[in-house]
Design a protein around this ligand. Structure first.
Ligand SMILES: [Fe+2]
Length: 180
């Protein structure tokens, strides 16, 4: 018998090469008292390679999943180390896709964790009943924030970030359609 996965979602992960030393200085200059910056200037030259890559990859994903492929980056911000706002599970409601690029980080500096949108999954398929971890019974997926990693995901996918004791710098971005 063939099992047809229904209502699938995605998390796209890509390693990209950027000048992380320059980006680190830039990000640290964008945050003052808090750990999270205001919205970044999307015309900033230093951000151009990252924003172009995110735009390109987001639109490639659109093609793969059957959406119009004219998204653009609508806003971006940076988080340096811990920010309480991202420790709480949340989704990004003003965009279609969301992305995060890790300027600085490593395994152990606070995973990005995604939660299943199927609320009762962990209750019905509780741990006692799981023999083997598969896409059908997974309730959380964690991605380590390793420097150079770009993660793109649908904005409705709930996620949170674990706290870290080591330095972690990320740039978060949102994409939406041209006409929005
Ligand atoms: Fe987020």
């Amino acid at each position: 018998m063939i099992l047809h996965p229904v209502f699938p979602s995605f998390i796209a992960i890509e390693q990209i090469t950027l000048d992380n030393n320059l980006l680190e200085v830039y990000c640290k200059n964008q945050v003052s008292n808090s750990n999270q910056s205001k919205y970044l200037n999307l015309s900033e030259d230093l951000l151009k390679p990252l924003l172009e890559k995110v735009t390109y990859l987001s639109n490639e994903i659109c093609k793969q999943i059957g959406l119009q492929s004219n998204q653009r980056v609508t806003r971006a911000w940076t988080n340096v180390n811990l920010n309480q706002a991202i420790v709480q599970p949340h989704s990004h409601t003003k965009s279609v896709f969301s992305s995060v690029y890790y300027v600085k980080g490593s395994i152990g500096s606070g995973d990005l964790t995604f939660m299943t949108p199927i609320n009762c999954l962990g209750y019905v398929y509780n741990e006692d009943r799981i023999k083997e971890r598969t896409d059908f019974n997974t309730t959380e997926i964690s991605i380590p924030p390793v420097s150079g990693t770009l993660v793109i995901f649908p904005s409705w996918l709930q996620h949170y970030v674990r706290q870290t004791n080591t330095e972690r710098i990320s740039i978060a971005m949102e994409t939406n359609y041209e006409n929005v």
